[in-house]
Design a protein around this ligand. Sequence first.
Ligand SMILES: [Zn+2]
Ligand SMILES: [Zn+2]
Length: 434
Amino acid sequence: MTKVTFYRGLREIGGTVVAVETEKAVCLFDFGFSVTERADSKVSLREGHIPQDYVRAGMLPPLDGIYDESCASELGLRPYRRGGKEYFFIISHMHIDHMGGLDMLSPHIPVYMSSDSLRLYRRLASQGELTYREHRNCIGVGYGQCFSVGDISIKAVQIDHDCIGACGYLIDTPEGSICYTGDYRFHGYHPEITEAFAETCRGADMLITEGVTVSSADVDMLACERPEVMRTERDLLSETEAIMRSSRGLVVINPYNRNVERVHELIDKAASCGRRLVLDAAQADYVKSFYPDDTVYVYAETIHGRSLPGGAGIVDRSMLLESPESYVLQLDYGDQYELFDLQGAVSAYIHMDGAPLGDYDPSFAKMKLQLAELDIPYHYLSLGGHAYPYFLRHMIDVISPRILVPLHSKRPEQVNSEHIAERILPYEGQTIEL
Ligand SMILES: [Zn+2]
Ligand SMILES: [Zn+2]
């Protein structure tokens, strides 16, 4: 008998945790942090109790078979052990709400992800961007490749999202197949990849899909028409180009550093405008590890003891001040005070999905106040990584599953299609037999 249990992330955007259990194995996905009202980053986690504090604070689920001895025994759970049912994770992509909890797992539990995600994960670890510790037992899988654990076999299927390395999974069990999309969109550089995902997963028995874009406004998904015009990554690139061309001084950008492809494209776009894109040390590392042929420049003031990719050119503050019209500077919010010394040279600040992401983060208002104080024009050029509602339905229509389970949405009941036999909106902890 195959059982699918929905633990977390069902009516929120974050912390999706689902388990597929067969006679011989338990496959879990994903493992990011939940959004919880009572957790507070201002309260310190206790040395020696970090994973269990995350569970007790409500950010990770209390599950058997996945934590190490000391964490599990404190929580009254069964620890991860080899032998018996084989527990393992599959991770869709490297956004914190999908992978932030990896550090807290038993170091021995196998965690599968795309080879590209693994490459990024290792670089995040080396740049000090993980929460606690690097998970050692990660296994990279090529797109389109299959692997088996016990009586479950899994295919990693590439999907397009605003994070390099994203994939979904087709999970084959003795009782049927389950498709998990992770996060996806049809308006990135590679809509054909997302389209191919749908084709590969056509006919899955159960489809577990995200539904981020129907989280706020009322949407009648069955009535959605294909949008005639829709903003894409290429549009965002052109909008950025227009600002680069019309600005007389330095242009500062704040993208999300895990969207490596966007930064790679911006390097070329800046060059075509007669500017060099100067990256912080971590961003330069990520770009160079995926695009080794790119010429990267690192801003000296952001190195902070971090490792630099080989062959990187170094640009320092005096060079920006001397010839601001020749550069674009990628600046992480954590380095924002660098603007105190660049103030007179900056003509534009383009906020393109780097933190702080929005009003829910108190830093968002602070960032804008600081820019206003410095008299730096602020441009908000954001483009999400989630499929517009019509395309959520399109994904479901193509796959035409027997059972649809929408989650990773504040209003999953708005996700619908006429090409399904049944839709389930599970409650936390609900188990469905396949
Ligand atoms: Zn994501
Ligand atoms: Zn997500």
